[in-house]
Design a protein. Structure first.
Length: 313
């Protein structure tokens, strides 16, 4: 049975930008990363690109910010694999080591004239508006917008990857976690004189999180479109096999041998690879079940969109 094809993130937006030779050099740095971190970097770049578009930035900034996002974790190539790929929680010592990827990446970019313009993404993507982030604990006024955008994209993809979503059903729970990150808290890591100013801030920029809702809804609609295309295929297969089943009924009830052969020949002509007189009914039930399941998923995805539209930041 053919299966539907769906990329969790649509690459349409990224493909709309023609990457010149210089940009290809910058992005080639990802080849030095492990497969998981490279995929994460590509996902974050994709989300960042689309966030920038919904936030209304011009094409030049979108390309700049997207490239920053591609490179945001480049410093992880110098983090020990045993820590980077550890299954389970990190120790305090390990966490301090992995946090260094921000400054390592920043220094890598600053040391390379071709990467220097994109250093902000590496340095600021773990900073928080209220000063509770790292590596420098700076606050909103000192965090460039590209850093704020990449942080939202980075956190979203990290949660999605950890939860291993196979579909967007239930993804509202992930958005709710990010909404919580926009709520004000009293930061412990900033100077007392800054507390009053920063108690009104959360970690994430609410405007960017709102834009993320639109990105996610686009992806859900894309998933719905893919599934509906597949249900058309399933429906076609069900109708074909139901027609075969009718021919089989006529074959079994035919009194003359010639008629039996006639209906058998019709059935044979309609069989697809792997199907025969013995298994076609089983295949038919499989297609029917798959059709019902996909229709249920589509209904749930439409409900997911309704739920996301009710979220407030």
């Amino acid at each position: 049975m053919k299966k539907e094809e769906l990329d969790f993130y649509s690459k349409t937006n990224l493909k709309s930008y023609n990457l010149n030779e210089t940009m290809r050099y910058q992005l080639s740095m990802l080849d030095s990363l492990d497969a998981f971190t490279r995929q994460h970097s590509e996902n974050v770049a994709n989300i960042t690109c689309r966030l920038c578009e919904y936030l209304g930035f011009n094409e030049g900034f979108v390309i700049y910010c997207t490239t920053c996002a591609y490179l945001h974790d480049i410093g992880k190539m110098f983090i020990p694999p045993a820590i980077l790929q550890k299954n389970g929680p990190l120790t305090d010592k390990e966490y301090e080591i992995i946090k260094k990827h921000t400054t390592i990446g920043y220094n890598m970019c600053m040391d390379d004239p071709k990467l220097r313009p994109y250093a902000a993404g590496t340095l600021y993507h773990h900073e928080a508006l209220n000063g509770t982030g790292y590596p420098n604990g700076v606050t909103k006024k000192d965090i460039p917008i590209e850093g704020q955008i990449i942080r939202v994209a980075d956190e979203f993809d990290a949660i999605v990857s950890k939860r291993q979503y196979k579909t967007h059903i239930g993804i509202t729970d992930t958005l709710k976690l990010l909404i919580e990150e926009t709520y004000p808290v009293i930061p412990k890591s900033v100077a007392l004189k800054s507390i009053e100013e920063n108690t009104k801030l959360g970690k994430l920029n609410p405007r960017i999180v709102k834009a993320l809702f639109k990105v996610v809804i686009d992806d859900i609609n894309y998933e719905i479109s893919c599934i509906l295309d597949y249900t058309k295929y399933l429906n076609t297969q069900v109708k074909r096999l139901e027609a075969i089943n009718k021919y089989n009924f006529k074959r079994e009830n035919a009194k003359r041998e010639k008629k039996k052969e006639y209906w058998a020949a019709n059935m044979q002509a309609m069989f697809e690879k792997g199907e025969d007189f013995r298994n076609y009914k089983y295949v038919l039930e499989e297609y029917r079940a798959a059709y019902v399941k996909r229709k249920e998923i589509v209904d749930n995805l439409f409900d997911e969109i309704k739920t996301i539209k009710k979220l407030r930041v």
